[in-house]
Design a protein around this ligand. Structure first.
Ligand SMILES: [Zn+2]
Length: 120
C-alpha cells in the first residue's frame, strides 16, 4: 500500500471509531483528476442533486478491462465528510462530476459494465 493510501486508511480507522455506531465509513477513494484536488477522501458521500443534462462518454475502470460508454449527469452536488469529520457540500461538473458518480457507483456495487454500452 502506498504511503498516502496508508495514511488515508489510518485516518479512516480513526474516524470509524469516533463515529456513532450506525454510521459506517463507506468510501476511501483515491481520486486523481486535474479538475479537483490531487486526491481527496470522501466519507459517506451522497449525491444530493443531479442535473437533468446528461452526456454519454467513454469510461474506463481499473476493475474491468473493457471500456464502456456511460450516460451521466454533467453537474452534481455531493455531501460528504472529510478526515476531520467536517461535513462538506460541494458542487462538481463535467469530468469531476463523472468521476465522482463512477466512484459512488462502486460503493453500490455498480460497475460501468452494468450500466454502459461496451466499446469495440
Ligand atoms: Zn471504477
Amino acid at each position: 500500500m502506498s504511503f498516502i493510501l496508508d495514511k488515508a486508511y489510518n485516518q479512516i480507522l480513526k474516524i470509524d471509531k469516533s463515529l456513532p455506531k450506525k454510521e459506517k465509513v463507506q468510501m476511501a477513494k483515491k481520486i486523481v483528476n486535474s479538475n479537483i484536488d490531487d486526491w481527496m477522501l470522501m466519507i459517506n458521500p451522497k449525491i444530493t442533486e443531479k442535473s437533468r443534462r446528461q452526456k454519454i462518454k467513454p469510461e474506463s475502470c481499473l476493475s474491468i478491462k473493457d471500456n464502456y460508454k456511460v450516460i451521466r449527469s454533467t453537474d452534481i452536488a455531493v455531501e460528504f465528510y472529510d478526515e476531520n469529520n467536517n461535513k462538506h457540500k460541494e458542487k462538481y461538473n463535467w469530468s469531476a462530476a463523472r468521476l465522482i458518480q463512477h466512484e459512488i457507483d462502486h460503493l453500490k456495487g455498480i460497475l460501468i459494465s452494468n450500466k454502459g454500452k461496451k466499446l469495440y
